[in-house]
Write a protein that binds this ligand. Structure first.
Ligand SMILES: Cc1cc2nc3c(=O)[nH]c(=O)nc-3n(C[C@H](O)[C@H](O)[C@H](O)COP(=O)(O)O)c2cc1C
Length: 179
């Protein structure tokens, strides 16, 4: 069961939680996968509420997103096993393991999209990709390039790496709190 909410009533909670890490979940070919993100943006474009995520090329998440342009963002409200969930979903890849099982996450069907939400982080944004753009490495300043794209780490490393980000702009088609 979930209760529909107005997403912009929760903007501060979302931004505060984002800095510490929230979950993005994707689904394709019956595989569900969650990863931690701390880069994201909430706002309005084309008169619609939008949540934008920034996903490096090497992520399994990107592979699933390219097959099914829908994702959920799950934000904690209250306590949860942050250490375990962050360790698993923020440094292991769905290329190698089933993180939903490993992190013991409870999937809850969404109302508007095919990708489920995560009960343990109950504030759920159901998003449909409206637009995507691979970020232009020539337009990224030297400071950011040196810090975030150091060109010296193999492709599957979970941290800063040579692979650039693609911005996926998701229309927030429903926001709710899983009960
Ligand atoms: C706190 C935290 C924030 C992160 N933020 C991002 C992010 O915004 N974008 C990104 O591509 N990876 C980010 N990562 C790394 C991914 O969560 C990590 O590489 C994950 O294993 C990718 O999973 P996947 O290959 O199953 O998609 C973050 C990791 C942590 C711990």
């Amino acid at each position: 069961m979930n209760e529909k909410v107005n997403v912009f009533d929760y903007t501060k909670e979302i931004i505060d939680a984002l800095a510490k890490g929230v979950l993005v979940t994707t689904k394709a070919d019956d595989k569900v996968n969650s990863m931690v993100i701390s880069w994201g943006a909430i706002g309005i474009e084309w008169g619609k509420p939008i949540f934008t995520i920034y996903i490096r090329e090497s992520r399994y998440t990107r592979e699933l997103l390219e097959k099914n342009g829908e994702f959920t963002v799950n934000i904690p409200m209250g306590s949860y096993d942050k250490k375990k969930i962050t360790n698993i979903c923020g440094s292991m890849s769905g290329h190698d393991i089933d993180k939903i099982k490993a992190a013991n996450l409870t999937l809850v069907d969404s109302e508007e999209i095919s990708v489920p939400g995560i009960k343990e982080l109950p504030l759920t944004l159901e998003c449909k990709v409206l637009y995507k753009q691979k970020q232009d490495k020539k337009a990224i300043g030297q400071e950011q390039t040196e810090k975030y794209y150091p060109y010296d780490i193999p492709g599957t490393y979970h941290g800063s790496n040579r692979d650039y980000h693609t911005a996926y702009y998701g229309e927030i088609v429903r926001a709710s709190i899983i009960k």
